[in-house]
Design a protein around this ligand. Structure first.
Ligand SMILES: [Zn+2]
Length: 203
């Protein structure tokens, strides 16, 4: 499931040179004073944007809490910010994810769920695969009764170029286990999602 890192990674200098080529291609002079440090800044930004390749999402979920005999209700983490990049145009996908599961024996710290979202977002992605990877990982590691992931995002390849449709968002979902099989459970999840946000009441 984890996308593998290409075996022969170019050097930082080679990556910076590639940025100079793209600057020239856009019509710029990479030697212009304002652009001299740009290649190194871009490459450092890539370290952040794509740090997901260095993270094993399954390991993030490895530590679980098992004392959940009394808890048999949906756990929902909603409005997790998504910052990803479209693999077709290498431009940002910005949105939010809602992640839910119905624990069987194990629960996991909620920050871990958000970090699984980050680990897959900070790669080149298409939204459909991102949604499925998050759901499949949680489902296979925690083995809950069910897992649901819903992502709503804007794609800059659609808003700032091509058809230029700002304000359009794409919604994808992956429902596994009881969320797929049991319409009552799915309805309960959707009603939890439709409740008004608490805003900063609890922050
Ligand atoms: Zn795209």
């Amino acid at each position: 499931m984890t996308t593998s890192v290409p075996p022969s990674r170019p050097s930082r200098e080679e990556a910076e040179e590639a940025v100079r080529v793209l600057l020239s291609w856009a019509g710029e002079d990479p030697q212009r004073e304002g652009l001299l440090d740009t290649p190194s800044r871009v490459v450092r930004s890539y370290d952040e944007f794509f740090e997901g390749y260095q993270i094993n999402p399954e390991e993030l979920l490895a530590r679980t809490f098992s004392e959940v005999e009394d808890y048999d209700e949906i756990v929902l983490l909603r409005d997790i910010r998504i910052e990803s990049h479209c693999e077709h145009h290498m431009v940002p996908i910005i949105g939010r994810a809602h992640v839910a599961y119905l624990p069987r024996r194990r629960v996991v710290g909620i920050s871990k769920l958000a970090r699984v979202v980050d680990a897959y977002s900070r790669r080149f992605q298409i939204q459909e695969r991102l949604t499925a990877q998050i759901a499949n990982t949680i489902n296979s590691v925690l083995e809950p009764y069910g897992t649901a992931v819903i992502i709503e995002a804007g794609h800059q390849c659609m808003t700032t170029r091509g058809v230029h449709r700002p304000g359009v968002s794409m919604v994808t979902s992956r429902m596994l286990g009881v969320f797929r099989e049991n319409s009552d459970t799915r309805r309960e999840l959707l009603s939890m999602l439709n409740r008004p946000a608490l805003g900063d009441q609890f922050t």
